[in-house]
Write a protein that binds this ligand. Structure first.
Ligand code: HEC
Length: 191
């Protein structure tokens, strides 16, 4: 920002009033001649300003990175689990290799050390619009952990069978769905 301020000051000093008038005329002429060019310029400036603002918001508050990280991990869970649910429901054809790989994704995610992304004070009360994590999480860590253990168990069971046929997948997918839902019902605000 200070860079922008400086360059403005420099321009004010260096450019004579006359050349400023000419520059303004040139700009208004070019707007008339090429509205598209003007639109593109405005758009790029707007985008640059937006990037500056959003980056500085993140730099100011590291908790926003934590929230993004845990939501990203949840998104990869959904990315991996959704096709498995679809296969189990018969919405897409069962594919043993794909099912095994997706279940393995879920297993790998259970081993990602991401506990720090759930820092106290990063719930929906403090970050409305940024997170759907209910603040009760941090008052009920035992409950959350129980859901987490049920989830881990469901993933561990699923990964053993996911590549072993549609019936085998179906026999374990319900527990996975319940584990996601159980925790969301208690600790994630409905959007
Ligand atoms: C132990 C609790 C728990 C379990 C188990 C769990 N989630 Fe979540 N999930 C949460 C919480 C809490 C949030 C809100 C996170 C936030 O907004 O900061 C969330 C958010 C999400 C989101 C939204 C992320 C975003 O971008 O806002 C998706 C998608 C998701 N979970 C998918 C899943 C899937 C799929 C499973 C099971 C395979 C699952 N979750 C299991 C607690 C859980």
């Amino acid at each position: 920002m200070s860079f922008v301020m400086e360059s403005c000051t420099i321009k004010r000093v260096i450019l004579s009033p006359l050349s400023r008038v000419t520059a303004r005329r040139r700009l208004s002429r070019s707007i008339q001649e090429s509205p598209m060019k003007f639109f593109r310029l405005t758009f790029s400036l707007g985008l640059a300003a937006l990037l500056l603002v959003s980056q500085s918001a993140f730099a100011d508050d590291p908790n926003l990175y934590l929230i993004k990280a845990r939501q990203g991990e949840m998104q990869v869970r959904a990315f991996s689990a959704a096709p498995l649910f679809d296969m189990a429901k018969g919405k897409v054809p069962y594919d043993a290799d794909r099912a095994a790989a997706l279940a393995n994704n879920l297993l790998v995610l259970t081993r990602v050390d991401i506990g720090a992304a759930w820092a106290p004070g990063t719930g929906k009360d403090k970050y409305p619009g940024k997170t759907t994590a209910k603040p009760d999480i941090w008052d009920n860590l035992d409950e959350v952990q129980k859901h987490g253990q049920e989830y881990d168990a469901a993933v561990n069971e699923l990964v053993k069978v996911a590549g072993g046929g549609l019936d085998a997948l179906r026999s374990k997918i319900g527990d996975l769905g319940q584990a996601c839902k159980g925790c969301h019902d208690d600790f994630r605000e409905k959007e």
